[in-house]
Design a protein around this ligand. Structure first.
Ligand code: C2E
Ligand code: MG
Ligand code: MG
Ligand code: MG
Length: 293
């Protein structure tokens, strides 16, 4: 038997394993109730133009407003929801909420920017994401062009023809496709090009290395030039420092996202950011959400 298997069964007898399992079951039960009651809320993190700092779009990031535990970050329940299949119902709530928020902002007179929504691999494979997106934008009465979906590389493994077909149907609605956390999985740029991906979001591990590992700049430059040749936009995730932003701009990265620009914001604060961006551009100002120098 393989070494890994022995280690796996050994783990079964460790008391911590039972504790982990117990926690998971508790979370699964609580999640079911939370989905029933829609205890989720979206925060919105800006994506800006790497040169001007101008607001281009917002990424919707889910939080669980737990009755006792307070605001629970997605890392603590998305993996559980993926294992149990609950991600399909949860993902549907997220799509609905994002579309509804855009409709509310528009009704309030805001000059909105597109919102991108994370779609997990399990949800993409087994949920009817296309039909749900089509219904959600139509119920909310918003243009589908205001929605982008972010899918990780792992969702793009498997039957490439089937995946291409599904993505094409979603793109035909007017919805853009982004690959999330690029560089952490196994997909190649040529594969992504065949899938007609619009946006490449480079994982933050690459951004983090930029200002102290020269090799990572070489890597990033290659990613940007290939992506551009294949007609994709490049977004750097996890930009935290001014030197990183300056390097990324010089490497011709298109967009930046990260704590340097803004943290994920509750809807009301995101609305303020949209208003501020719109009034700046109306006044012809080019201040943007952040400045390199
Ligand atoms: P992601 O899609 O890659 O989202 C970016 C994550 O990085 C967010 O964490 C964000 O708060 C964090 N982040 C942004 N800027 C910085 C930075 O400068 N430094 C650092 N260290 N982190 C930064 P969050 O909100 O905890 O979400 C974690 C992950 O959970 C997301 O990663 C995404 O994979 C997943 N997720 C969030 N919302 C949803 C959702 O609605 N559906 C699905 N399926 N997954 C979601
Ligand atoms: Mg994402
Ligand atoms: Mg990401
Ligand atoms: Mg990431």
């Amino acid at each position: 038997a393989a070494k890994g298997e022995r280690r796996g069964s050994h783990a079964f007898y460790q008391p911590e394993f039972h504790e982990v399992l117990r926690q998971r079951i508790a979370t699964e039960r609580e999640l079911a109730e939370a989905i029933e009651r829609d205890e989720f809320e979206l925060h919105y993190q800006p994506r800006v133009d790497a040169c001007s700092g101008r607001l281009l779009s917002l990424e919707a990031l889910v939080r669980w407003r737990h009755p006792r535990r307070g605001m629970v970050p997605p890392g603590e329940f998305i993996p559980v929801a993926e294992n149990t299949g609950q991600i399909i119902a949860l993902g549907a709530l997220v799509i609905d909420r994002a579309c509804r928020q855009l409709a509310l902002w528009r009704a309030a007179g805001l000059d909105v920017v597109p919102v991108s929504v994370n779609v997990s691999a399990m949800q993409f494979r087994h949920g009817d994401v296309h039909d749900h997106l089509a219904r959600a934008v139509s119920v909310a009465g918003i243009p589908a062009e205001l929605i982008e979906i972010e899918i990780t590389e792992s969702a793009m493994l498997g039957d490439l023809d089937l995946i291409r077909e599904r993505l094409a149907a979603i793109r035909a609605l007017g919805i853009r496709i982004a690959v999330d956390d690029f560089g952490t999985g196994y997909s190649s740029l040529s594969q992504l090009q065949r899938l007609d991906v619009d946006v490449l979001k480079v994982d933050r591990v690459f951004t983090a290395d930029l200002d102290h590992r020269p090799e990572s700049q070489v890597l990033f430059r290659a990613i940007v030039s290939m992506a551009h040749a294949l007609d994709m936009r490049v977004v750097a995730e996890g930009v935290e420092t001014v030197p990183q932003a300056a390097i990324l701009r010089d490497l011709r990265c298109d967009e930046l996202q990260g704590y340097l620009v803004a943290r994920p914001l509750p809807a009301a604060d995101a609305a303020d950011t949209i208003r501020r961006a719109a009034s700046e551009s109306a006044r012809g100002e080019r201040r943007g959400l952040y400045r390199i120098a």
